[in-house]
Each structure stands twice: as C-alpha cells, then as structure tokens.
Design a protein around this ligand. Structure first.
Ligand code: PEP
Length: 261
C-alpha cells in the first residue's frame, strides 16, 4: 500500500501562501514518486492551488455539506469541491465534531456526499484524553466507525484518519504501542463493517506529526500514512514528512471517480 501523507491547513492561508503548494508540488514529483501527497485547504484556495499543483500533488477540502445545493448559506457541497478541482475532503475532523456539534450521523452523511460527488472521504475519528484515561478509547473509536463510515464505502473512496484529540496541536504523541493497538483495532472494525474492502482502506495517524517523529510512525504496522496539521503549512516540513514514508512501488494516483472536468 502506498503511504498517503495528508496536510490539513485548517483556517490558515491566504493566496500568498500558495507558493508553499508550488514548492511542495515540484519536490514531491521530482523526489518522492512513491508517496501519495494531498493537501486539504480552505475552500477559498482550492481552485488556485489546483492550478499551482499541476497534478503533482492532490488538493482537497476540509469539510463539505451533506447537501448537493440549495438554501444552505455559507455551506459548500462536495460537488462544489469537485468542481473546483479537489480530489478529496476531510469529514468529521474533531474540530468540526466539537466546535460545530457534528454527530456520527452528520459525519456519515458528509462521507456519503463525498462518495456521491466522486471525492475521496477522509473520515476522522479519535478519543478525548479523558476517554483514553478511562480506558474507553477502543470502544469510542469502534462506535465512531460504526456511526461515521457508511455501509458500502470502499478502499478507493475512503481513508480513515485516527486522530486522538489530545494529540492534536499539543506536541503530545501516543506511544508507538498505543498507535499500533488502535490501528489494529480500527482495521478489525473496518473489516467487520466493510468486509474485504475494510482490509484495504488506508488508516492514517494524525496528531502532532513532525519531521522528527514521522519516520518511526510511518513504519508502524497498519499505519498507511499520516494526517498533518501544523507541520503541513511549510513546504520544507511537509516534504520532510513525505521523505520519511517507507518506499512503495510507484504508480500513478487516480481520483476515486475520474475527473469530470
Ligand atoms: C489535525 O488537525 O488534523 C492535526 C493532526 O493537527 P496537528 O498535526 O497540528 O496536531
């Protein structure tokens, strides 16, 4: 399985920061042909970023509405992201779950919308610190998978981002054995939910991944890549994380449903 390195810029970035995307695109193509790299951006930057990335790095959105169109002021549909040139969209990021009260059902509806539009859905799950301390991390994540991953999703339209909330932006990273245990558990839950497809879905680790920690995390069993917040804002850091990915056979990445534009 090719490692997938996903950046999440959150609510950061003006047009002038797109030079970072250009720098990433040039180096990823030239030096890292066996890594799939994707940067998820604020919607305002997507169309311009797609032009700058010239197909060398994929561009995604950070959220989408479950609806196609209509009276939903301020919302952006998965079809609009696709129309802007996006390949993927993050759904159910913990900041959306917490700050916008998104339930598992809402996240599942958004993942369905991504599938409908032909986007790769990066479905985020993860436990809080108190759930980890209470020993319920595994059951919390199992419940989130059942509730947030629609039936019938496949490895070509779904990626899971395991992001313990206490590790996001905190410089605190779970131990390798905690990551391995959770990823093995997520794999079992996905197999139960999606059958054989669940064996192939990439599971990313996210939470304070830095160039210094990426190498060891990316080599852990069942870790199919990483989801990177702060360290994805600068091309140098993002590329250093991509360089840490173990080598896999090169192939040409395709969109879940080939571009309609
Ligand atoms: C994130 O927000 O998805 C994330 C992983 O952030 P950070 O890498 O900054 O912890």
């Amino acid at each position: 399985m090719r490692p997938l390195v996903v950046g999440n810029w959150k609510m950061n970035g003006l047009a002038e920061q797109l030079s970072e995307i250009e720098a990433m695109a040039i180096s990823v193509k030239a030096t890292l042909p066996s890594v799939d790299a994707l940067i998820c951006l604020p919607a305002t930057l997507i169309a311009q970023a797609v032009l700058m990335a010239t197909g060398r790095i994929a561009i995604g959105g950070e959220d989408c509405s479950a609806e196609i169109c209509g009276a939903f002021t301020g919302d952006i549909s998965a079809e609009m992201l696709m129309d802007a040139g996006a390949h993927a969209v993050i759904v159910g990021h913990s900041e959306r779950r917490q700050q916008h009260a998104e339930t598992d059902a809402v996240v599942a509806a958004k993942a369905n919308a991504a599938r409908r539009a032909g986007l790769l859905a990066i479905i985020c799950i993860g436990e809080t610190h108190s759930q980890r301390l209470a020993g319920t991390a595994l059951s919390v994540c199992a419940r989130q998978i059942t509730g947030s991953v629609p039936e019938g999703m496949t490895a070509s339209n779904t990626v899971i981002g395991y992001e313990p909330l206490w590790a996001i932006g905190s410089d605190e990273v779970p131990t390798h054995s905690q990551i391995m245990q959770m990823h093995a558990h997520i794999r079992a839950c996905l197999t139960q939910r999606l059958g054989a497809e669940g064996q192939k879905v990439r599971i990313l680790y996210g939470g304070s991944v830095k160039p210094s920690s990426a190498d060891a995390i990316l080599r852990l069993p069942q870790v199919g890549g990483v989801l990177v917040g702060g360290a994805s804002l600068k091309a140098a850091d993002f590329l250093a994380i991509c360089r840490a990915a173990p080598l896999a056979p090169a192939h040409t990445p395709t969109r879940p449903k080939e571009q309609r534009r």
